[in-house]
Structure formats: C-alpha cells, structure tokens
Design a binder for this molecule. Structure first.
Ligand SMILES: *[C@@H]1O[C@H](CO)[C@@H](O)[C@H](O)[C@H]1NC(C)=O
Ligand SMILES: *[C@@H]1O[C@H](CO)[C@@H](O)[C@H](O)[C@H]1NC(C)=O
Ligand SMILES: *[C@@H]1O[C@H](CO)[C@@H](O)[C@H](O)[C@H]1NC(C)=O
Ligand SMILES: *[C@@H]1O[C@H](CO)[C@@H](O)[C@H](O)[C@H]1NC(C)=O
Ligand SMILES: *[C@@H]1O[C@H](CO)[C@@H](O)[C@H](O)[C@H]1NC(C)=O
Ligand SMILES: *[C@@H]1O[C@H](CO)[C@@H](O)[C@H](O)[C@H]1NC(C)=O
Ligand SMILES: *[C@@H]1O[C@H](CO)[C@@H](O)[C@H](O)[C@H]1NC(C)=O
Ligand SMILES: *[C@@H]1O[C@H](CO)[C@@H](O)[C@H](O)[C@H]1NC(C)=O
Ligand SMILES: *[C@@H]1O[C@H](CO)[C@@H](O)[C@H](O)[C@H]1NC(C)=O
Length: 606
C-alpha cells in the first residue's frame, strides 16, 4: 500500500484501470504509454518473460523478466498490479499486429486461488469461417489487388469478432483458451509449430481432415480464420510431428500474436491420438489403347538434378501412382550439374536419369524427353540450377509435328501455317516470347504441337509462373496481404493468353492443353482474367469437389497452385482428372518427393 502511494505521488497521471478498459474495443489500446494502477486479474499462465492475467472477459500480457516479479506470482493467483501499458511489436516484424501488454510492473497485492477456467473454443466462442478482415476489399477478397492498400493498426476499427477472423482472435488475444479435439491440418512448419482446427464449424474440410481454400457463402476465397497455429509450449516440451489429419489431445494455453500470426502457447505439448493412413491409392485413370484418348500427368518435381535423392520416389510416383501417363508435364528439372553454378545449361543427364528411373520403377513406357535449354542463370529458381519445364512422352501415342526445328533459349515460337495447311509452330518445341519482360528471372513457357498416330493434332503449353516467395502473412497488418509477384504472374498469363489466341485464330477448333505450376490460386481471378473465353480449368469440368482441389499445403491452408486448362474443343469431349496426394499425404515431411502433389488427367483430342 505504501509503495503504491509513493508511485502515485511521483507520477500524477496514474489511472485505476480494468483489463477491459486497457484492451478496449479496437486494435490499439487508448492507454498505450500511460501509467495505470489497480489493475486486477487472475494469473492464467507464466513464461520466462512474464505472465498473463484475466478478469471478466478481458485478458492482458504482463511483461517482466525479473525473477523477483516472476517469483511473486503463480498460476491461479489474484494480483493487483501497476505499470505502463505498452503496444508491442518487434521492430524487425513491421507487418505484425501490436500486442497490448503491461510493462515496468510492480505487484501491489497477490493472493493464491484456483486456476481460472479456460475459454473453450467451439463452445464459449467460435472463430468465424470465411474472411479475415473487413479491410480485404475487392472482388477476390483477401486475394484482391492492389495488395497492402490499408493497415489494420492504422485503421484501428472497432472489432467485429462475429464477422471477421482477425477481429475474432484479437477479441480474445492474451486469453487462456482450450482447443477441444484438435486435428492437425498440415505438417509442422519450419519452427516445428503446428496448425490445428478444433471441434467447431469449419469451411472447406477435405476428406483427409485438412482445410482447403474454398469460396465462402459470398463466393470469396477463405484464408481460414477457422484454424489456429500452436507454437512452442510454455513448459518447453516438444510439439509432436504431425501431418494433415493427425488427431491430438486437447490443447490449452494462452493466445498471443507473434511473427505474423495469432498463435497459442500451450502450457504443455499435446499427445498424438491417431495418425492417418499414409497409403495413397493409385490414380483410377490409366492409359487407353484408343489413339484419340491421351492421359497427361503434371508434376513439379522440385529441383530435380541427375543425382537427386528423390529421383527414385518421383519415378515411382510417375510409374505406379500416375500409371505412366502418355505425356508428362514436368517442372523444376535442373541442369546436369544441379545447383552447381558452372555454366552448364543442358539437362540431358537429368532427363535421361529420370526416364531410366521410371523404367526401373516398373513402367513399360520407354519415355522420350524434350526440353529447351535456358540461358544460364536467367530463369530464376535455385541459384545455378537452371530449372526448366520438360515433356516426357510415349512415342507410341504421339510424336512432335515434324517440319519445324526445336527452338533455342532465345527463339520465340510462333503459330504458323504448315506446308500441309494446318497450323503448327515455327519452333517445335519452342519457348513463348522469351524476351518479354514478363519472364524476367522466371521460366519461359514450353510450347509444343503433337500428332497422334491417327494424324490428329494438339498443342501443349507447360509453364511455371513466378513463385509467391516474399508474400506477407494472411494474418498480418497489411490488407489485403501482399501476394508477392502477383503483377508478374498476371503479365505472364497475358503472354500465354495471347499465344493461345493466336492458335485459336488459326483454328478455332484447335486442341490446346495448357498448364503446370501456376504458383497461384484460381481464386485470384485477376491473374487468370486474360484466359477468359479461351481456355477452361479442368477441375470443375472433371467434377472434382471444391474441397478436394489441392496440390499444395502452405501454412495450414490446403490449396491448388497447379492447374491444367483446355480449349473448348477438348472441353467439349469431356475431361477426367485426379490430384494424387503422394506428397501431402506422406507420413512425414521427409518422406515426400516434392512439395507439390501431381495431377493426372485424360482428354480426347479427336
Ligand atoms: C466485456 O465486458 C465488458 C464489461 O462487462 C462489456 O462492456 C463488453 O461488451 C464485453 N465484451 C465482450 C466481447 O463480451
Ligand atoms: C505496406 O505498405 C507500407 C507503406 O506503404 C509499407 O511500409 C509496408 O512495408 C508494406 N507492407 C508489406 C507487408 O509489404
Ligand atoms: C525453456 O527453454 C529456454 C531456452 O532454452 C530456457 O531459457 C527456459 O528457462 C526454459 N523454460 C522452462 C520453463 O523450462
Ligand atoms: C520430428 O521429426 C524430426 C525429423 O525427423 C525429428 O528430428 C524429431 O525428433 C521429431 N520430433 C518428435 C517430437 O518426435
Ligand atoms: C478412384 O475411384 C474411387 C472410387 O470412385 C475413389 O474413391 C477414389 O477417390 C478415386 N481415386 C482418386 C485418386 O481420385
Ligand atoms: C550431386 O552432385 C553434386 C555435384 O557433383 C554434389 O555437390 C551433390 O552433393 C550431389 N548430391 C547428391 C545427393 O549426391
Ligand atoms: C542433349 O540432347 C540433345 C537431343 O538429343 C542433343 O542434341 C544435345 O547435343 C544434347 N546435349 C548435350 C550437352 O549432351
Ligand atoms: C494460314 O492459312 C489460312 C488459309 O489457309 C490463311 O487464312 C491465314 O492467313 C494463314 N495464316 C498465316 C499466319 O499465314
Ligand atoms: C528482373 O528480376 C530481377 C531479380 O528478381 C530484379 O532485380 C530486376 O529488377 C528485374 N528487372 C526488371 C526490368 O523487372
């Protein structure tokens, strides 16, 4: 008591304050920078750098590394504190939200009691499904352009916890919460943290137990505010290794915000209750003896070099899970010296090893392989790797239309009339507009024109657009979040669309199959707008349920980065497709061959 009076005398602007006053109804505390006293609450959890208190429906983080301060409190104690309210975020994380905390504390009273009960998520309160923030304006929701048009903290709007995910989690930040019946939705992240959903209503639940990016009730893609990250436990126990669909014992801990994410710091690590079966069924799609029917596989084989340890797995996937498609679109084939930056650009050895490995894995198709070497170090990807797209094909089902030379790195293939009067390509295979600024530091698309033994013709375009590296967190301050290189991908798709238009101008009934690793969701409609009226993505044509449309899992969101598109002629004859989850259903992340799952499809070209 004496101590508090002394403090009062020294600093006149001391306010007797409740936790709900300090937290307020928006993002930033109106008390930030102010000294407060008579802050009462019950201690819910402790760490080496402070503790958390709760009172009524509000909670607060109390920052102190003083062993004296920490020694005075235990979980369950009722405490009365004075200190300074602070809005904290690390200066190295400017896209983080602020966490309101009490600093420079003195404990004015403390008495022991029972540990308070947790807020049970899914029972007491539930996260909304759908959108993160009212600031994600635009027709693509959180994927709208321009990105980073506003800031949560600068706008500091009143929270709408029933409507928006970030507002919901902010409304209970610093609280002690329980996630009942958690299910992991991804492998552990780089730091070992895990993303979970709990026993509450979710959107986009797929058959494996993960949460797929799907449209919400208003048709906007969801960035999944209905899942939550779980980080290092307060008692330093180690989180278990999980995969999509691993079930866990209940998780209780404090909700905080760090490094771009709302996250629960559990009091202790949960236990694994069950793990999903890692057996992946092979595709139902198999090669047909019908000359018109073509099976096609699409696979980003993740930096495949001649001596890559994952070569055997990739080959096994192609032979035994994709059933040796008639043609493979592969991406991320490295040159013959792999990542060694020695000027090598040929990938003959990489491709020869892959073809041999597919045979060794039991395939009876003796694949032919074609690609076009890039200029050294001009196409991005792993430094020195010179990644490029390539085709593997079964020459019993198709051959390159003759009459045109193969293109080089800087040759731009064009749609021309062949000597037989049918449209063909000036370079076959060839790269599309390799000098276009759209492909700066990125892979140029690989186009080819093929004919079946029956003489029917089809065009293919195999691409890998610029990756999303450097994107900002979907839980971050910048709204809509930064979808890195979205403008580059938009420009790249425009170049491809213009090329497809050239083919269709020459023959409106042309068979065209275009796709690969687009590094983008279809829900970013701005990127794919230029393809409208030219080609159609096949997942809907093949009636794949929306929640099963995925080839990738990133930060807990199951999503589709790999797409195949077909022209109307192909669409009209019907399409089948399956995504084969050989990698994202693996028992452990280390068991994967690639970060992408492959796709198999079947088309009729006559
Ligand atoms: C929290 O409690 C305060 C005071 O009782 C009340 O004004 C406020 O509406 C409550 N907030 C929520 C989110 O329930
Ligand atoms: C968003 O824009 C602001 C100011 O224009 C900038 O300071 C900030 O770094 C940007 N955020 C991200 C995540 O790029
Ligand atoms: C947890 O580990 C950190 C760093 O190794 C250590 O400083 C801290 O004392 C540990 N905390 C507990 C509760 O064991
Ligand atoms: C998780 O997997 C990694 C890599 O295999 C291993 O080092 C670690 O010990 C595992 N963790 C647990 C808790 O089993
Ligand atoms: C193959 O067909 C079965 C039966 O319809 C289905 O359950 C399974 O999901 C299909 N496989 C794939 C990879 O789609
Ligand atoms: C592959 O070869 C390169 C260059 O000779 C070497 O640096 C790398 O360690 C090898 N990788 C494996 C998996 O053997
Ligand atoms: C790669 O293969 C192509 C086609 O078989 C051949 O023309 C070329 O000379 C080969 N390049 C190297 C470096 O072996
Ligand atoms: C190709 O031939 C058709 C008619 O056979 C003609 O209309 C068209 O202009 C020609 N296109 C080109 C690029 O030469
Ligand atoms: C091309 O890409 C490189 C590397 O990403 C970048 O530094 C450069 O500014 C880009 N050039 C243009 C003209 O966009």
């Amino acid at each position: 008591m004496l101590r508090r009076l002394a403090l009062l005398a020294a600093v006149p602007a001391v306010l007797a304050t409740s936790l709900s006053d300090i937290q307020g109804s928006a993002w930033q505390s109106t008390y930030a920078g102010k000294k407060v006293t008579d802050v009462e609450g019950t201690v819910t959890a402790k760490s080496d750098s402070g503790f958390w208190i709760t009172s009524g429906n509000s909670s607060l983080q109390v920052y102190t590394t003083s062993t004296t301060d920490l020694g005075k409190v235990d979980v369950g104690d009722s405490v009365t504190l004075s200190g300074t309210v602070s809005s904290y975020r690390s200066s190295s994380q400017p896209n983080d939200l602020y966490v309101t905390e009490l600093d420079d504390i003195s404990t004015t009273s403390s008495s022991s009691g029972d540990a308070p009960s947790a807020i049970v998520l899914g029972k007491d309160v539930s996260p909304p499904t759908g959108q993160m923030s009212a600031l994600d304006k635009g027709s693509d929701g959180f994927l709208s352009v321009p990105n980073n048009a506003s800031s949560v903290e600068a706008t500091n709007a009143d929270l709408q916890p029933d409507a928006y995910g970030m507002d919901f989690w902010q409304s209970i930040v610093n609280s002690y919460v329980t996630v009942p019946s958690p299910v992991a939705v991804d492998f552990n992240d780089y730091y070992g943290d895990i993303y979970v959903r709990g026993d509450w209503n979710v959107l986009g639940l797929n058959s494996r137990g993960g949460l797929t990016m799907v449209p919400d009730a208003n048709g906007l893609p969801t960035p999944h505010p209905d899942e939550i990250l779980v980080s290092t436990p307060l008692d330093n126990t180690t989180l278990p290794n999980v995969t999509m669909g691993t079930t866990l014992s209940d998780i209780s801990g404090v909700l905080t915000y760090q490094y771009g994410y709302f996250t629960i710091l559990p009091t202790t690590a949960p236990k694994v209750l069950s793990s999903p079966d890692s057996t992946v069924p092979a595709s139902n799609i198999t090669s047909s003896s019908d000359q018109c029917t073509i099976t096609l596989g699409d696979y980003n084989v993740e930096n495949l070099a001649p001596n890559s340890t994952h070569m055997g797995k990739v080959a096994d996937h192609i032979a035994n899970y994709l059933n040796s498609p008639d043609i493979m679109f592969v991406q991320e084939i490295q040159d013959d010296s792999g990542p060694t930056d020695d000027g090598t650009v040929s990938a003959n050895q990489t491709l020869a090893n892959l073809v041999a490995a597919i045979s060794s894995a039991g395939s009876s198709v003796g694949y032919e392989a074609i690609d076009v070497n890039p200029q050294n170090d001009k196409d991005g990807g792993e430094p020195g790797g010179n990644i490029r797209q390539a085709y593997l094909y079964n020459s019993k089902k198709m051959t390159l239309v003759p009459g045109s030379p193969a293109g080089g790195a800087t040759d731009s293939t064009k749609v021309i009339n062949g000597t037989d009067g049918k449209p063909t390509l000036s370079y076959n295979p060839g790269r599309i507009e390799p000098y276009s600024q759209a492909w700066n530091d990125s892979r140029k698309p690989l186009a080819a024109v093929w004919e079946t033994p029956s003489g029917d013709r089809f065009f293919t375009i195999n691409l890998q657009l610029t990756a999303k590296l450097d994107s900002s967190s979907v839980w971050g301050d910048a709204r809509p979040p930064v979808n890195a290189y979205v403008d580059e991908r938009t420009a790249q798709v425009k170049v491809v669309a213009s090329f497809i238009q050239d083919i269709l101008d020459a023959d409106s009934n042309a068979n065209i199959i275009m796709g690969g690793d687009c590094n983008e969701y279809l829900y970013t409609t701005s990127v794919f707008a230029s393809l409208s009226g030219l080609v159609t993505e096949i997942d809907a044509l093949a009636n794949i349920p929306v929640e099963e449309r995925y080839t990738y899992v990133y930060n807990g969101i199951t999503e589709q980065l790999d797409h195949l598109f077909v022209s109307d002629a192909v669409k009209g004859r019907g399409v089948e497709a399956e995504h084969i989850h050989v990698n994202n259903w693996a028992a452990t992340e280390a068991d994967r061959a690639s970060d992408h799952d492959p796709t198999v499809a079947q088309f009729k070209v006559c």
